[in-house]
Design a protein around this ligand. Structure first.
Ligand SMILES: Cc1cc2nc3c(=O)[nH]c(=O)nc-3n(C[C@H](O)[C@H](O)[C@H](O)COP(=O)(O)O)c2cc1C
Length: 182
């Protein structure tokens, strides 16, 4: 087991993956660890979907890029107009966390769960990357249909997962501002 503080500091958003699949036992264990996250009133409003179907990931990437192409924000349009950009970086797995829309803290709870998953995956030598661009398409009917979002749920967090082909250097962190009120 690697040192916990080392895991915290060396986790990176990985954007290049090997072809090696992640076995289902490992995926299940990581999701079980994600579900140890705290949740408001312990409601645990999450359900998880694992997509390993490359064709489906390609369709999702294409659809989200089409949505981003319409964005007035050049930051998003740049991704959409780059033909080499694949939303999921050819990772072997995409993990989606759906939250119960009735649970008041579902959005927060799902972010806590995904961070658990990030750290657990990294501790086991796996890479992850938060899929914020996918979340931008969460209300699109085609995206919802492709994702088979369960009734009464919304897509609240998503990550790719796989064995890193390249581990990027740590992007710099800002100096942390702390105000002490004593
Ligand atoms: C809410 C959120 C959305 C993100 N969306 C994306 C994304 O769509 N694609 C991507 O490559 N990285 C995405 N990232 C990863 C960030 O770019 C990354 O966390 C940040 O640059 C710091 O790098 P590090 O995670 O390696 O420390 C996202 C991160 C967060 C927290």
């Amino acid at each position: 087991m690697p040192d916990f503080y080392e895991v915290l500091k060396t986790r990176r958003s990985v954007r290049a993956y090997t072809d090696r699949p992640v076995n289902e036992k490992e995926l299940k264990e990581l999701i079980d660890l994600a579900a140890w996250a705290p949740s408001g009133n312990n409601i645990q409003p999450w359900t998880f979907t694992v997509i390993t179907n490359k064709g489906l990931m390609d369709k999702l990437s294409d659809r989200v890029k089409a949505i981003l192409r319409e964005s007035p924000d050049p930051y998003f349009a740049n991704y959409a107009n780059d033909p080499s950009y694949h939303l999921f970086y050819q990772a072997p797995a995409l993990i989606l966390i759906y939250g119960d829309v009735q649970a008041p803290s579902a959005m927060i709870d799902c972010q806590l769960a995904i961070e658990n998953l990030f750290l657990a995956a990294h501790a086991r030598g796996l890479g992850t990357c938060y899929m914020g661009l996918l979340l931008l398409g969460r209300d699109d009917p085609q995206v919802r249909q492709l994702l088979r979002v369960p009734e009464g749920h919304g897509l609240m967090a998503a990550t790719v997962l796989g064995y890193p082909a390249v581990t990027p250097p740590a992007p710099p962190r800002k100096a942390v501002q702390i105000e002490w009120v004593r």
